[in-house]
Design a protein around this ligand. Structure first.
Ligand code: SF4
Length: 277
C-alpha cells in the first residue's frame, strides 16, 4: 500500500485545490459528481460508498449521477443490472453509447487494417483490427469518449469517480487518488478525478457489496472474477467460456470476424472457438 507523506503526495497539486473535512474529501464543493458504474463488484461497492458519504455530508442526491458506458459488447443483462443497482442506491443513472458498437468498430478497424496493407496483429496505434492491452481503443472509444461527452454537458467544479484498486495490477499499483482531467477542463469547467477504492482489497470489496443488500452480477456466481465486456481482451479462458456461453450472439459475431479476417482477437493467435473448448 502506498504511504502518503504530507507534501510528498503524488497528487499534492490536486489536493491543494480540493477541500477536505477531517481528512475526508468534502463533496459539497462540487457542482456535479459523476460516478462511473460498470455493474462489476468495484463500482457496485463504490456507488454505495460515494452515496453514503454524500448523504453524511448533506449533499443533495441530485448532484450525483451514475454513468454507465454500454460498449455494445456488454453482457446481455449488464444494463439491467446497472439500472437495478442505481435504483436501489437511489442515484440517477445516465447510460452513454459510443458512435458504433464495439463489434462494428472492430469491423471498421479491420477494414482500415486491410486497406493499409498492415501485416502486424498488434500495435500502439489505432491501425489494428482487434483491441489489445497495447491498443485499448475499446476503452478510449467505447467508454471514455462517450463519458467525456456527457461530462462536457456540465459546468463548474466536477468530480469524476472511478473504481480502480492498487491490488488489481502493477500498472494500477502506482495510481494516485486524485488527478486532474485537463482534457475536460474549460473556462466554465474544472474536472477532478477521484479513485476512492484504491486501497481496498478484494475481500473488502465483497464485504461492501454484501452490505448493500443488492445481489452481485450473476457472472460472479458462474465463476468469472470480473464483469467487463463479454469477450474482454483481459478475460481468462475459463471466463471467456462462460461469457461466450451466456452471450452467444457476441460469440457468433467475434467468431465470424476472426474467420473472415484471418486474425485472432487473442494475442496468443488462438481462435476464440478454440480457447473455449
Ligand atoms: S471490458 Fe475489456 S474489452 Fe471491454 S472496454 Fe474494458 S478492457 Fe476493453
Amino acid at each position: 500500500m502506498s504511504i502518503y507523506l504530507p507534501g510528498f503526495e503524488p497528487d499534492a497539486a490536486e489536493r491543494a485545490q480540493l477541500r477536505f473535512v477531517g481528512g475526508v474529501l468534502d463533496l459539497r464543493q462540487f457542482d456535479k459528481i459523476l460516478i462511473s458504474v460498470s455493474g462489476g463488484k468495484d463500482s457496485h461497492a463504490m456507488l454505495w460508498l460515494v452515496r453514503d458519504l454524500a448523504d453524511r455530508q448533506g449533499v443533495p442526491r441530485e448532484k450525483l449521477l451514475a454513468m454507465y458506458a454500454d460498449t455494445g459488447m456488454e453482457w446481455h443483462n449488464a444494463g439491467t443490472h446497472v439500472q437495478a443497482l442505481c435504483k436501489a442506491a437511489g442515484v440517477e443513472l445516465a447510460t452513454v453509447y459510443p458512435v458504433m458498437t464495439l463489434i462494428e468498430r472492430m469491423k471498421w478497424q479491420g477494414q482500415r487494417f486491410i486497406e493499409r496493407g498492415k501485416t502486424r496483429r498488434d500495435g500502439k496505434s489505432n491501425g489494428v483490427m482487434f483491441p489489445s492491452p497495447h491498443c485499448r481503443y475499446c476503452t478510449s472509444k467505447q467508454k471514455q469518449e462517450p463519458m467525456d461527452k456527457l461530462a462536457r454537458k456540465f459546468s463548474g467544479k466536477l468530480l469524476k469517480v472511478t473504481g480502480e484498486r492498487w491490488a488489481e495490477s502493477k500498472a494500477r499499483s502506482t495510481y494516485a487518488e486524485f488527478i486532474s482531467v485537463p482534457r475536460l477542463n474549460s473556462r466554465e469547467r474544472q474536472v477532478f478525478g477521484w479513485r476512492p477504492m484504491l486501497a481496498f482489497s478484494e475481500a473488502d470489496i465483497w464485504a461492501m457489496v454484501r452490505d448493500t443488500g443488492v445481489p452481485r452480477h450473476v457472472c460472479y456466481e458462474m465463476g468469472c472474477n470480473r464483469l467487463g465486456c463479454a469477450g474482454c481482451i483481459f478475460s481468462k479462458d475459463h471466463e471467456l467460456r462462460i461469457e461466450m456461453r451466456e452471450n452467444p450472439a457476441i460469440f457468433e459475431a467475434l467468431d465470424r470476424l476472426e474467420a473472415e479476417s484471418g486474425y485472432t482477437m487473442s494475442m496468443s493467435e488462438k481462435r476464440i472457438r478454440d480457447r473455449i473448448k
